[in-house]
Design a protein around this ligand. Structure first.
Ligand SMILES: CC(C)(COP(=O)(O)OP(=O)(O)OC[C@H]1O[C@@H](n2cnc3c(N)ncnc32)[C@H](O)[C@@H]1OP(=O)(O)O)[C@@H](O)C(=O)NCCC(=O)NCCS
Length: 139
């Protein structure tokens, strides 16, 4: 998927936090620590990073019409495999506390809460939403 295709799908999936534009994806992909895992049909993707023994899910999105098909679960499994190959012992991510589908997904994939940042995200309404930090050992 190109940075433009990534940004187009992101825009269909995110309001808060706001979607990333193509330039943001391009800049992320320029980093040697960052890696993209994408569904061959372009219905879903995960952008990950592994550096200094830790891996992070930077963003993850599945097109609305392709949800509950196991695409995100598969991307997370592939992310963990690549992270281990790149020497990561633990994986981290942040998710908005009110994002019930994503929280259910990460729980199903074995991620557990290890922190909380109150008011980290600001919704379109102006409402502040906490970020939950989740982690998983890759050992
Ligand atoms: C969260 C998101 C990535 C899930 O993608 P997906 O491809 O539909 O997820 P999967 O089909 O792989 O789901 C795997 C499991 O996660 C859980 N899950 C996923 N979506 C869920 C939902 N809406 N409600 C409850 N559980 C859900 C279930 O346990 C599911 O297994 P099951 O379908 O066998 O019950 C997708 O809803 C999305 O793109 N949301 C908007 C962007 C976003 O929030 N990204 C994550 C930000 S951190």
């Amino acid at each position: 998927m190109t940075p433009y295709a990534l940004a187009a799908l992101h825009a269909r999936c995110f309001r808060q936090p706001p979607p990333w534009n193509a330039a943001s994806f391009g800049a992320q992909l320029d980093s040697p620590h960052t890696f993209l895992i994408a569904d061959p049909q372009g219905r879903a993707f995960l952008l990950g990073r592994a550096v200094a023994g830790e891996a992070e899910i930077l963003t993850l999105a599945t097109a609305p019409e392709a949800r509950r098909l196991g695409l995100a679960r598969d991307l997370i499994a592939r992310f963990e495999t690549i992270a281990r190959v790149r020497g990561a012992a633990d994986a981290f991510l942040e998710v908005a506390e009110n994002n019930a589908p994503a929280r259910a997904l990460y729980a199903a994939c074995g991620y557990a809460q290890n922190g909380r940042r109150p008011g980290y995200y600001v919704a379109e309404s102006g409402q502040k939403v906490a970020a939950m930090s989740l982690c998983k050992s890759l050992a």
